[in-house]
Design a protein. Sequence first.
Length: 134
Amino acid sequence: MDPNRTIKLRWLHGALYDVTSGQARLQFSQFASQTWQPAINAYRCESCIRVCVDLAGVDRSRIDLTVEPQRIVVRGVREVPEPTHAEGRAVQLLAMEIDYGPFEREVHLPVMVDIEKVHAEQRNGLLWISLPLK
């Protein structure tokens, strides 16, 4: 078996969004950095490693999770949060602190994990990844 395995969990599978596509609804895209890193919390538990990734506002279909025996990589895209059409067109930008656009976060694991038993779920804007110890 290949020691490196890319898994695409059923609800995580999706194509990455290209923020350079020039769509009008991304009117603030010129302020976006190339790639940003979402915040994480990582825990070593008795039987697994649990990684929590802050991905508020990211659609599941835009998340790609790669798992290797001692490393995970989470990639995807978060669209710029803007007022909806019902709220009216934004006429002035007052603050823009929420990262958006393509993201990537790599986490090196201190021990080997069983890549065949990895489980991930998204709850309340957080992606929880459970990595059973080998």
